[in-house]
Structures are given as structure tokens and as C-alpha cells.
Design a protein around this ligand. Structure first.
Ligand SMILES: Nc1ncnc2c1ncn2[C@@H]1O[C@H](COP(=O)(O)OP(=O)(O)O)[C@@H](O)[C@H]1O
Ligand SMILES: [Mg+2]
Length: 285
């Protein structure tokens, strides 16, 4: 009899334990994977990658937020937002004037939203100069919306300025676009040093998602040479997906559309869809 009771009680306890675990799992808020697209060189394909990777993730039903961290605001216009009609931008969030939710705007792609930027973002660096938490302003702002998205993609300016440091500090992963041209690897050492420093002091969980070869042109030896060099130095860190030089990719921003809406059949669109699949795998593993 005692044995039966013991067994019964144990059975009851294990059922309640399983139920408790299930409930705990249900209540844990999902946190977004934050990925910054960074390289201090200009014109290497950061904004093109930020826009089209975000859109490709959204098309795969992953709720995504694109954050334009560049005062030049190319991602904002490239996604179809008229900067002159915007009320508040990332700047107002970073200086603590507006909550993150109030900055979010919809895009033409379901599941993709954006925090826009504008020229006033230049003022952030000067205004935050004496603030001891200046490197964490973006991380703190995005923590307000972490549980509303699966992916947050940050488009960085072409510098290693305080804005880029904020983006790297707020990220789980950094994705580095490398343009297939002469001097592609130049400056990369400095970027990797910055990543190392931020990992050590501000963001110990930071990982490199990968190096992305952009504007690959199979007609030139130089493209193959850059790909070979990148693989020699970075090995498995280089994404299998390469983004080819594709006119449709360069046309899309002037229509305010990601490539998947502008020309879904182009090689550019296919390569960014492949990249989204690869990024999802890297983030899970
Ligand atoms: N794969 C590509 N094929 C053709 N043009 C591209 C490609 N990627 C980017 N571009 C063009 O190159 C220029 C620089 O790209 P962009 O993404 O703005 O670089 P960054 O943000 O690093 O400065 C833009 O005019 C863009 O349209
Ligand atoms: Mg850019």
C-alpha cells in the first residue's frame, strides 16, 4: 500500500514538475537575435545587405526590425521612407527623448519594420560625449523591443565611430561585408581589433556571424583572388553565399524597394534569400 502511494505521489510530482516547466517555457519572453552589418569602409554593400537580408528574413516569416544607424539614412530611403515626413528618428531614441516603440515604422514587406535615421543623428556623438553609458545607448534602447522581434538588423555607418561601437555593443553577431575589389582586406585588421576590444569590455557574448563577399564578379580574376584570400585568412567564417554584382540590386533603392519586391527573379534576390537561410542556421548553431 505504502509502495503504491509512494509511486502515485511521485507520479503526481513529476506531472506537476513537467507542467511547471512547460509553463515556465511558455512565459520566457523570446529575445531577438541582433546582427550588425559593419565595415568602416564605405561602398562595400552594408546598406544593400542590411535592407535585403532584413526583407529576406521577413519574407521567410521571421519578424524583423531594421535599424538605420547611419546619419546618411540610406537604409531609410532605400526601404521607401521619405525622411522629410518622419516625425522622430533613431536620434530621439538614443538621446532618451522617445521610447523605442514610438520610433518604429512599417515597411512594404509584411513582418518587416524599421527605425529610421536622418542627418540629426550626427549630433549623437557630441551630445553623448560626457555620458558614461554612451556606448550602451543603443543596447538600452533596443532592450525595450527585444521580445517583439525575431531578428534585429543594424545598418552601420562607414566608420568606427561611437555609432558603430553602439551597434556592435548592442549585437549578438557581427556580419562583415567584404567587397570583391583591390584592398578589400585592408582595414579589416582594425575592425577585428575593435570587435575584440568591444567583446572584452562591453559585450562578451558577441560572435562573428561571418564575412560576406559582395559585388562578386565572376568575369574578373580579382573577385576570385579576394575570395581565395578571404577563405585563406577566415576559413569557415566566410559565408558560402556570395552576393554577385547585379544591376537590379543597385537599381532597387531608387524605387524604395528591397530586391525581393523590385525583382524577385533576379540573381541578387536569390542570393539574399540564400544568405537569410544561412544566417538563420548560423544563429541557431
Ligand atoms: N551586389 C551589388 N551589385 C551591384 N551594385 C551593388 C551591389 N551591392 C551594392 N551595390 C551598390 O554599391 C553602392 C554601395 O553599396 P552600399 O550598400 O550603399 O554600401 P555601404 O552601405 O557599405 O556604403 C550602392 O550604389 C549600391 O547600390
Ligand atoms: Mg551604407
Amino acid at each position: 500500500m505504502r509502495c503504491y502511494l509512494n509511486g502515485y505521489i511521485r507520479f503526481e510530482i513529476s506531472i506537476s514538475y513537467a507542467l511547471f516547466n512547460y509553463q515556465v517555457l511558455c512565459y520566457i519572453p523570446k529575445m531577438a537575435n541582433t546582427i550588425c552589418i559593419a565595415n568602416q569602409k564605405g561602398g562595400v554593400g552594408k546598406t544593400t545587405t542590411a535592407i535585403n537580408l532584413s526583407a529576406a528574413l521577413a519574407v521567410l516569416s521571421r519578424k524583423t526590425l531594421l535599424v538605420d544607424c547611419d546619419p546618411q539614412a540610406n537604409a531609410t530611403t532605400g526601404i521607401g521612407i521619405d525622411k522629410t515626413l518622419v516625425d522622430k528618428t533613431l536620434y530621439h531614441g538614443l538621446i532618451g527623448k522617445s521610447p523605442a516603440k514610438s520610433l518604429i515604422m512599417p515597411s512594404a514587406v509584411n513582418e518587416l519594420e524599421i527605425i529610421p535615421s536622418r542627418l540629426e543623428l550626427i549630433g549623437f556623438e557630441v551630445e553623448m560625449m560626457s555620458n558614461p553609458d554612451r556606448e550602451k545607448a543603443l543596447k538600452n534602447l533596443l532592450s525595450e523591443v527585444q521580445d517583439s522581434f525575431e531578428y534585429i538588423i543594424l545598418d552601420c555607418p562607414p566608420s568606427l565611430s561611437l555609432l558603430t561601437v553602439n551597434a556592435i555593443t548592442a549585437s549578438d553577431f557581427i556580419l562583415i561585408p567584404l567587397q570583391c575589389e583591390f584592398y578589400a582586406l585592408e582595414g579589416l585588421g582594425q575592425l577585428l581589433q575593435t570587435v575584440k576590444r568591444i567583446k572584452r569590455s562591453l559585450n562578451p557574448n558577441l560572435k562573428i556571424a561571418g564575412i560576406l563577399l559582395t559585388m562578386f564578379d565572376k568575369r574578373t580574376n580579382l573577385s576570385f583572388q579576394v575570395a581565395e584570400d578571404a577563405e585563406k585568412y577566415f576559413k569557415d567564417l566566410v559565408f558560402k553565399t556570395m552576393i554577385p554584382r547585379n544591376v537590379r540590386l543597385s537599381e532597387a533603392p531608387s524605387f524604395g524597394k528591397p530586391i525581393l519586391l523590385y525583382d524577385a527573379t533576379s540573381v541578387g534576390a536569390k542570393s539574399y534569400s540564400n544568405l537569410a537561410e544561412e544566417v538563420m542556421n548560423v544563429v541557431i548553431n
